[in-house]
Ligand binder design. Structure first.
Ligand SMILES: Cc1ncc(COP(=O)(O)O)c(C=O)c1O
Length: 512
């Protein structure tokens, strides 16, 4: 029958498989918890099982074990791997000394869910194998989740259909489109997987819209702003909301005030509608426009407008009787101590403001279309309701489900994300400072807006960096205004890829 060597061969495969995964993941990743457990904790638990069952119950050594603490254990991996080597050696000795049919030398713990009879030593060793094999499988899944959540550059992203990684040559690193290389929060993936597993892709039944409740709850909890009941429309994207608001508040030829540099599709969309972009330098500039589009936090500069700055815009909107489209899509990407203040929460602004946002930037789901327009002005609601609603279409169930999961279940992922983004932001800032590049550290967003004026590539920074550094940044010229010496870096990637991006920029700076 089964020999001790056969047994150890398979038990070792599981145990060594786990130590191999922990070693390959390294200190930081092995301590990450995509779900309830980290790989570090699972290995700690398995070592506890081997020591308690093979060492304690089979061999009869006294074992001091805190089973619950195993699942929350954290720490550097080297001492854990060292312990694993010792436990493995003792395990081998215990298995060789075991007498499979003899009774145990100690009793199993009271809460052990086993058969209604005395266990033999062989049965206890079978249970050890059961635990090792089960947790090995679990750890393989954890490893895949951890790696997938950060998969930066290589295969996964290049193999995908996303523009950021697809619309570049194979040897070019993309740092342009504002998508992140940092994966998607497990609760979002979970919801989508569950819908797909049920093949639940028919017309949805939605007596109460959970997207609306998720938006209203989030605004209240995070920003202390209570959206007005019944005023939240669920649409598909912010460009669509911009066009709707342009249609409802302006006529062809009218001015639309906007901070420049601006998100390039907004500039193009305003012009396509036959309206005129009025670049805002000071709040008084909005007087020349019929609509104020206030993007806060700003893209590409990463500025977060202060309470004082917002109040000046509120006064200007009041004075010129303007509707304000507040694009707050980057709000959840604000770094402390900066604070996002919803424009609609300013005194008197609730009835002037259309607040537009979505989960797509913060939660890296821009391919899933679902956006919110909260319509403050009564007149706009009436005008909107007078339009045929079928014009606008509705976002699909995956976009809606992802948005709800993002806003209600992905808090931990979001907090972890901000830690990672902040480190990258600071790295870019330190790098820019070392090279004497003008750069104002972003107060929000994962975008760095860098001025290459005075360098050898100032005539076309993004062009030189693409040709000589094999890195694709967004050229400053796309953002309007006089920004030819600027380029925008997207630093939402792994630290390793960020270093490669900066190295590419350096190559271009030195080449010229
Ligand atoms: C300021 C701003 N608004 C809106 C968007 C996204 O708009 P949409 O929902 O149309 O994709 C972005 C994307 O980067 C942005 O930076």
């Amino acid at each position: 029958m089964l020999t001790r060597d056969d047994y150890l061969y398979f038990a070792d495969r599981a145990l060594d498989g786990m130590t191999g995964i922990v070693a390959a993941l390294g200190d930081e990743r092995a301590n990450r918890k995509p779900g309830a457990n980290s790989p570090y904790a699972l290995l700690t638990h398995c070592l506890g099982v081997v020591e308690a069952w093979a060492g304690g119950l089979v061999a009869g050594r006294p074992v001091d074990r805190d089973r619950a603490a195993e699942f929350t254990a954290t720490g550097p991996i080297e001492p854990l791997l060292e312990r694993a080597r010792k436990v493995r050696a003792a395990f081998h000795a215990d298995v060789h000394a075991a007498r499979p049919e003899a009774p145990l030398n100690r009793r199993p713990p009271a809460d052990f869910d086993g058969p209604d009879r005395e266990l033999s030593q062989g049965a206890a060793l079978l249970h050890v194998y059961e635990e090792l094999a089960q947790h090995h499988g679990q750890m393989e899944i954890l490893r895949d989740q951890i790696l997938a959540s950060e998969t930066g550059p290589p295969q996964r992203l290049r193999a995908g259909i996303g523009a950021k990684w697809r619309d570049v040559e194979p040897d070019v690193l993309p740092s342009w489109v504002a998508d992140m290389d940092l994966g998607v929060a497990p609760p979002i993936l979970d919801r989508i997987h569950r819908i797909l597993a049920r093949q639940d892709l028919g017309y949805p039944f939605r007596p109460d819209d959970p997207v609306v409740a998720a938006f209203e709850g989030r605004m209240r909890d995070r920003y202390g702003w209570a959206p007005r009941a019944g005023r939240t429309k669920v649409l598909s994207d912010l460009l669509q909301i911009l066009q709707i608001v342009i249609e409802l508040t302006t006529r062809p030829g009218d001015g639309v005030a906007l901070h420049v540099p601006a998100y390039p599709p907004f500039l193009a969309s305003i012009r396509r509608a036959g309206r005129v972009v009025v670049p805002i330098q000071v709040p008084a500039d909005v007087g020349r426009a019929k609509l104020l589009v206030l993007v806060n936090p700003q893209n590409p500069t990463g500025r977060v407008l202060t309470a004082e700055e917002l109040s000046e815009f509120a006064m200007a909107a009041e004075e010129h009787d303007l509707v304000v489209l507040a694009d707050e899509i980057h709000a959840d990407l604000t770094y402390a101590p900066h604070r996002h203040i919803p424009f609609a929460s300013l005194p008197g602004m609730a009835t002037r403001t259309v607040t537009a946002t979505s989960a797509t930037k913060t939660f890296n789901i821009a391919g899933l279309r679902c956006a919110i327009a909260h319509i403050g002005p009564d007149a706009l609601v009436q005008r909107l309701d007078a339009l045929p609603i079928d014009y606008f279409g509705t976002p699909d169930i995956l976009g809606r489900a992802a948005t709800v999961a993002a806003w209600t279940e992905a808090g931990q992922w979001h907090r972890d994300l901000m830690v990672r983004l902040r480190a990258n932001r600071d790295r870019v800032a330190a790098w820019a400072a070392e090279r004497g590049l003008a750069h104002r550290i972003p107060e929000a967003t994962y975008l760095s807006w860098i001025d290459f004026a005075g360098t050898r590539i100032a005539d076309d920074p993004a062009g030189h960096i693409l040709r000589d550094g094999r890195v694709r940044l967004s050229p400053g010229t796309e953002f309007g205004g006089d920004c030819g010496t600027f380029a925008r870096i997207n630093f939402a990637t792994t630290p390793e890829t960020l270093e490669e991006i900066l190295a590419g920029v350096e190559r271009a700076l030195e080449r010229r």
